[in-house]
Design a protein around this ligand. Structure first.
Ligand SMILES: *[C@@H]1O[C@H](CO)[C@@H](O)[C@H](O)[C@H]1NC(C)=O
Length: 183
Protein backbone atom coordinates (compact mmCIF):
# COMPACT_ATOMS: atom_id res chain seq x y z
CA UNK A 1 0.00 0.00 0.00
CA UNK A 2 1.16 3.52 -0.71
CA UNK A 3 2.36 5.38 2.40
CA UNK A 4 -0.34 8.07 2.10
CA UNK A 5 -3.02 5.40 2.11
CA UNK A 6 -1.62 3.82 5.23
CA UNK A 7 -1.62 7.27 6.81
CA UNK A 8 -5.20 7.79 5.76
CA UNK A 9 -6.27 4.48 7.25
CA UNK A 10 -4.54 5.32 10.50
CA UNK A 11 -6.55 8.54 10.55
CA UNK A 12 -9.91 7.04 9.74
CA UNK A 13 -9.82 3.74 11.58
CA UNK A 14 -10.10 5.04 15.14
CA UNK A 15 -13.29 6.83 14.06
CA UNK A 16 -14.86 3.67 12.80
CA UNK A 17 -14.47 1.26 15.69
CA UNK A 18 -11.55 -0.40 13.92
CA UNK A 19 -13.89 -1.76 11.28
CA UNK A 20 -12.00 -3.32 8.41
CA UNK A 21 -12.44 -1.06 5.39
CA UNK A 22 -13.52 -2.57 2.10
CA UNK A 23 -11.90 -1.44 -1.10
CA UNK A 24 -13.97 0.50 -3.60
CA UNK A 25 -16.94 2.81 -3.15
CA UNK A 26 -20.07 2.01 -1.14
CA UNK A 27 -22.54 -0.42 -2.66
CA UNK A 28 -25.83 1.06 -3.82
CA UNK A 29 -28.45 -1.09 -2.13
CA UNK A 30 -32.14 -0.84 -2.85
CA UNK A 31 -34.18 0.65 -0.01
CA UNK A 32 -37.68 0.24 1.39
CA UNK A 33 -40.13 1.54 -1.25
CA UNK A 34 -42.51 4.29 -0.09
CA UNK A 35 -40.82 4.39 3.31
CA UNK A 36 -43.12 5.73 6.00
CA UNK A 37 -41.07 7.47 8.69
CA UNK A 38 -44.04 7.77 11.02
CA UNK A 39 -44.68 4.02 11.03
CA UNK A 40 -41.00 3.43 11.75
CA UNK A 41 -41.12 5.43 14.99
CA UNK A 42 -40.96 3.82 18.40
CA UNK A 43 -38.80 1.22 19.99
CA UNK A 44 -36.39 -1.05 18.07
CA UNK A 45 -34.06 -3.62 19.59
CA UNK A 46 -30.72 -4.47 18.02
CA UNK A 47 -30.89 -8.14 17.00
CA UNK A 48 -27.73 -8.48 14.93
CA UNK A 49 -24.99 -6.19 13.78
CA UNK A 50 -21.90 -5.64 11.72
CA UNK A 51 -19.13 -5.09 12.61
CA UNK A 52 -18.73 -7.48 15.50
CA UNK A 53 -18.06 -5.39 18.60
CA UNK A 54 -17.80 -8.05 21.26
CA UNK A 55 -16.55 -5.61 23.85
CA UNK A 56 -19.52 -3.28 23.53
CA UNK A 57 -22.61 -3.05 25.66
CA UNK A 58 -25.64 -5.29 25.59
CA UNK A 59 -29.39 -4.72 25.49
CA UNK A 60 -28.94 -2.11 22.78
CA UNK A 61 -32.15 -0.43 21.74
CA UNK A 62 -33.21 2.74 19.99
CA UNK A 63 -36.34 4.78 20.46
CA UNK A 64 -37.38 7.04 17.59
CA UNK A 65 -39.86 9.86 18.17
CA UNK A 66 -41.22 12.09 15.41
CA UNK A 67 -40.53 15.78 15.96
CA UNK A 68 -42.61 18.72 14.78
CA UNK A 69 -40.20 19.59 11.96
CA UNK A 70 -40.59 16.16 10.36
CA UNK A 71 -37.34 14.73 11.65
CA UNK A 72 -36.96 12.33 14.55
CA UNK A 73 -35.45 12.33 17.98
CA UNK A 74 -33.27 9.26 18.49
CA UNK A 75 -32.47 7.85 21.90
CA UNK A 76 -30.15 4.85 21.93
CA UNK A 77 -29.34 2.96 25.07
CA UNK A 78 -27.20 0.05 26.12
CA UNK A 79 -26.07 -1.63 29.30
CA UNK A 80 -22.32 -1.32 29.65
CA UNK A 81 -20.52 -2.66 32.71
CA UNK A 82 -23.77 -2.81 34.61
CA UNK A 83 -24.80 0.74 33.84
CA UNK A 84 -27.43 2.03 31.42
CA UNK A 85 -25.83 4.45 28.95
CA UNK A 86 -27.96 6.70 26.76
CA UNK A 87 -27.11 8.85 23.80
CA UNK A 88 -29.46 11.20 22.08
CA UNK A 89 -29.42 12.24 18.47
CA UNK A 90 -31.45 13.31 15.49
CA UNK A 91 -32.56 11.47 12.39
CA UNK A 92 -33.46 13.38 9.25
CA UNK A 93 -34.67 12.38 5.82
CA UNK A 94 -31.59 13.20 3.74
CA UNK A 95 -33.07 12.52 0.34
CA UNK A 96 -36.60 13.87 -0.08
CA UNK A 97 -37.03 11.71 -3.18
CA UNK A 98 -36.22 8.65 -1.11
CA UNK A 99 -37.39 8.97 2.50
CA UNK A 100 -35.81 5.59 3.36
CA UNK A 101 -32.43 7.32 3.19
CA UNK A 102 -32.11 8.77 6.65
CA UNK A 103 -29.13 10.43 8.23
CA UNK A 104 -28.42 10.15 11.94
CA UNK A 105 -26.23 12.37 14.06
CA UNK A 106 -25.50 12.09 17.74
CA UNK A 107 -23.85 15.46 18.06
CA UNK A 108 -24.19 18.95 16.63
CA UNK A 109 -20.54 18.90 15.60
CA UNK A 110 -20.68 15.56 13.82
CA UNK A 111 -21.98 15.17 10.29
CA UNK A 112 -25.04 13.05 9.60
CA UNK A 113 -24.15 9.42 9.04
CA UNK A 114 -26.21 7.52 6.47
CA UNK A 115 -28.92 5.36 8.01
CA UNK A 116 -30.69 3.63 5.20
CA UNK A 117 -33.74 1.47 5.75
CA UNK A 118 -33.26 -1.32 3.21
CA UNK A 119 -36.37 -3.17 4.27
CA UNK A 120 -38.95 -3.10 7.03
CA UNK A 121 -42.48 -4.27 7.78
CA UNK A 122 -42.61 -1.60 10.57
CA UNK A 123 -44.19 -4.14 12.93
CA UNK A 124 -41.57 -6.78 13.52
CA UNK A 125 -38.21 -6.23 11.85
CA UNK A 126 -36.03 -3.79 9.95
CA UNK A 127 -32.84 -4.09 7.92
CA UNK A 128 -30.63 -0.99 8.21
CA UNK A 129 -27.39 -0.09 6.46
CA UNK A 130 -24.85 2.69 6.83
CA UNK A 131 -21.91 3.16 4.51
CA UNK A 132 -19.38 5.96 4.15
CA UNK A 133 -17.09 6.42 1.19
CA UNK A 134 -13.57 7.53 1.85
CA UNK A 135 -12.27 9.26 -1.29
CA UNK A 136 -14.09 6.59 -3.35
CA UNK A 137 -11.05 4.41 -2.61
CA UNK A 138 -12.60 2.40 0.15
CA UNK A 139 -15.65 2.39 2.35
CA UNK A 140 -16.57 1.56 5.91
CA UNK A 141 -19.98 0.18 6.67
CA UNK A 142 -22.33 -0.77 9.45
CA UNK A 143 -25.33 -3.04 9.22
CA UNK A 144 -28.09 -3.89 11.63
CA UNK A 145 -31.08 -6.15 11.88
CA UNK A 146 -33.59 -4.58 14.26
CA UNK A 147 -36.64 -6.08 15.91
CA UNK A 148 -39.69 -4.75 17.70
CA UNK A 149 -39.01 -7.53 20.21
CA UNK A 150 -35.74 -8.52 21.88
CA UNK A 151 -35.47 -11.62 19.75
CA UNK A 152 -36.59 -12.58 16.29
CA UNK A 153 -37.18 -16.00 14.75
CA UNK A 154 -34.00 -17.38 13.15
CA UNK A 155 -35.74 -17.36 9.77
CA UNK A 156 -36.37 -13.60 10.07
CA UNK A 157 -32.69 -12.99 10.88
CA UNK A 158 -31.68 -15.12 7.89
CA UNK A 159 -34.07 -13.20 5.67
CA UNK A 160 -32.50 -9.95 6.92
CA UNK A 161 -29.04 -11.25 6.04
CA UNK A 162 -30.30 -12.20 2.60
CA UNK A 163 -31.43 -8.61 2.05
CA UNK A 164 -27.83 -7.47 2.63
CA UNK A 165 -26.29 -10.25 0.57
CA UNK A 166 -28.64 -9.60 -2.35
CA UNK A 167 -27.33 -6.04 -2.31
CA UNK A 168 -23.68 -7.11 -2.43
CA UNK A 169 -23.12 -6.34 1.25
CA UNK A 170 -20.94 -8.89 3.00
CA UNK A 171 -22.51 -9.85 6.33
CA UNK A 172 -20.58 -13.06 6.89
CA UNK A 173 -19.14 -11.50 10.05
CA UNK A 174 -22.47 -10.29 11.41
CA UNK A 175 -23.05 -11.30 15.05
CA UNK A 176 -26.16 -11.59 17.15
CA UNK A 177 -26.55 -8.84 19.74
CA UNK A 178 -26.97 -9.75 23.37
CA UNK A 179 -30.52 -9.10 24.55
CA UNK A 180 -30.67 -11.31 27.64
CA UNK A 181 -31.39 -10.18 31.21
CA UNK A 182 -32.19 -6.66 30.07
CA UNK A 183 -35.39 -5.69 31.89
C1 LIG B 1 -39.68 6.72 23.60
O1 LIG B 1 -39.64 8.14 23.58
C2 LIG B 1 -40.90 8.75 23.86
C3 LIG B 1 -40.76 10.25 23.70
O2 LIG B 1 -39.68 10.75 24.42
C4 LIG B 1 -41.35 8.35 25.26
O3 LIG B 1 -42.63 8.91 25.51
C5 LIG B 1 -41.41 6.84 25.36
O4 LIG B 1 -41.73 6.46 26.67
C6 LIG B 1 -40.08 6.23 24.96
N1 LIG B 1 -40.20 4.78 24.96
C7 LIG B 1 -39.28 4.01 25.52
C8 LIG B 1 -39.53 2.54 25.45
O5 LIG B 1 -38.28 4.44 26.07
Amino acid sequence: MKPFLVGLLALVLPLTNAQVPHWGPCPEPSTQPAFNLKKFMGRWFEIAKLPAQFERGRCIETNFTLTLDGSARVVSSEILKGEVKRIEGTAVVEDKKNPAKLGVSFSYVLPYTPYWILSTDYESSAVVYSCTDVLRLFHVDFAWILGRTRSLPAATVEHGKDVFTNNNIDVSRMILSRQKDCD
